[in-house]
Design a protein around this ligand. Structure first.
Ligand SMILES: *[C@@H]1O[C@H](CO)[C@@H](O)[C@H](O)[C@H]1NC(C)=O
Ligand SMILES: *[C@@H]1O[C@H](CO)[C@@H](O)[C@H](O)[C@H]1NC(C)=O
Ligand SMILES: *[C@@H]1O[C@H](CO)[C@@H](O)[C@H](O)[C@H]1NC(C)=O
Length: 399
């Protein structure tokens, strides 16, 4: 017993000592080159230089953007790096305000092929998107190739925390081909009328967490594209915006399955939609399974609970053929609050591939408007229902 305990103490001491050594051995790269580049300057070249030097370091490194506003025309910060790397953004990075001047096309800042990346520091990625939001995007799903504020391409084992993405021109954050990345205490801000400014879009990535974050934007709060696997979204507050969405799926050939999505303990405020799964009609083949929405508070939210396999914005669909995306293993549990639309629960599944294994447990919503009674709509689905059901799910009310 005594021996075990002392072994434990020694091990703990060793851990402490070695972690102190590790801390002592972080090499810093200040993008202002020790203060010689002043705030309001353009740091495009200096940032790339600092990143490349840090990335080449064989001991852990930190790239520091100190407090102050710095202009950045664009940056692709690439790995692989030789050791863990931290991007410590304390200041504000400002994108060019107009859309024709980006070096990176549809990208403002990208982190690519980096393992063991940490982003922190409390700073702001300011996309300065306001002048571009007025563009007419009605017939163009992506509104041209406007830059995405921050891209994570093939980033692994990384933590992104305590940063803000502000006024992006297109999506705020795009996650592609990543594994084991946690976003926490992230803030995302853009105006309610800003088009295509999804907060965080995740696709073809595994084990991604979005925790304790606040997302106020003009489009989806968080959207999950094909190949999203083992996704956890917890303690996220959304609104304004379009809610938390899986999809839209089925538009492209060879989409990867979506599997294992947990959305829990989230609050949606004044969003156009709540939690939804959407697929295109007459779609390509696809699969979405194990999708769980639990402990969600809705405050004045339109269509709080929704599966829509006839999703067709801008009436771009030529055919009324059913979606070929199979949805299964869906759980809506403990969802409560107020709906701003009378239709509070909409489960419209594919006529070709009805939804399988859908559970509705403790749905307690009140309609906050005055155009009739709270109601639900169901098509091609037979959910298992238990607990409270307001509105009654899949019961056609006599009219
Ligand atoms: C900044 O200062 C440190 C420590 O004095 C020095 O090692 C480093 O070379 C300086 N960097 C630049 C870019 O001047
Ligand atoms: C963008 O480019 C145009 C033409 O090259 C130039 O006149 C304008 O000042 C640039 N805008 C910014 C914000 O750099
Ligand atoms: C995930 O990444 C974190 C942060 O780098 C790391 O501590 C953790 O060990 C990784 N988990 C796995 C399963 O690799």
């Amino acid at each position: 017993m005594g021996l075990k305990l002392s072994n434990f103490v020694i091990a703990a001491l060793l851990l402490l000592v070695s972690s102190n050594i590790a801390n002592a051995q972080i090499v810093l790269f200040d993008v202002t080159e020790n203060g010689t580049i002043l705030p309001q300057s353009d740091i495009t070249d200096a940032l790339l230089k600092a990143w490349n030097n840090a990335c080449a370091s064989t001991i852990p490194s930190k790239v520091v953007v100190p407090k102050g506003i710095f202009k950045l025309s664009g940056a692709t910060l690439e790995g692989p790096c030789n050791a863990p790397i931290e991007f410590d953004l304390q200041g504000i990075l400002q994108a060019p305000p107009e859309d024709g001047n980006f070096t990176g096309g549809d990208t403002w800042v990208a982190f690519e092929y980096v393992d063991l990346l940490t982003i922190s520091g409390g700073g702001i990625f300011d996309g300065q998107g306001k002048p571009t939001w007025g563009k007419d995007c009605a017939n163009d799903e992506y509104c041209g190739d406007l830059p995405i504020n921050i891209r994570f391409n093939y980033v692994t084992n990384s933590i992104i925390q305590e940063i803000t993405s502000l006024d992006s021109k297109q999506f705020h954050i795009n996650v592609l081909g990543c594994q084991n990345v946690t976003f926490q205490h992230v803030k995302i801000i853009a105006a309610e009328n800003s088009p295509h400014t999804d907060g965080i879009h995740i696709g073809r990535s595994t084990d991604i967490k979005v925790l304790d974050s606040n997302i106020q934007t003009g489009d989806d709060c968080i959207s999950l594209g094909d190949g999203s696997k083992q996704i956890t979204i917890a303690k996220v507050t959304c609104g304004p915006g379009h809610g938390i969405s899986i999809g839209s799926l089925g538009k492209y050939l060879n989409e990867e399955a979506v599997k294992g999505v947990d959305v829990k303990s989230c609050t949606l405020k004044n969003t156009q939609n709540g939690v939804r799964i959407k697929t295109w009609p007459d779609s390509q083949e696809g699969k979405a399974s194990d999708l769980h929405f639990e402990d969600i508070i809705m405050e004045n939210v339109g269509n709080p609970v929704m599966i829509d396999q006839e999703y067709c914005p801008w009436n771009q669909c030529v055919s009324q053929l059913p979606s070929r995306v199979q949805i299964s293993g869906v759980r809506f549990k403990n969802i409560r609050g107020t709906s701003s639309t009378a239709l509070a629960v909409k489960l419209v599944c594919s006529g070709g591939l009805p939804c399988q294994d859908v559970e509705m447990t403790d749905i307690d919503l009140k309609y906050s408007g005055d155009e009739g009674q709270i109601t639900s709509e169901c098509k091609n689905v037979k959910p298992t229902v238990s607990g409270i059901q307001n509105p009654p799910a899949c019961v056609t009310t006599a009219s």
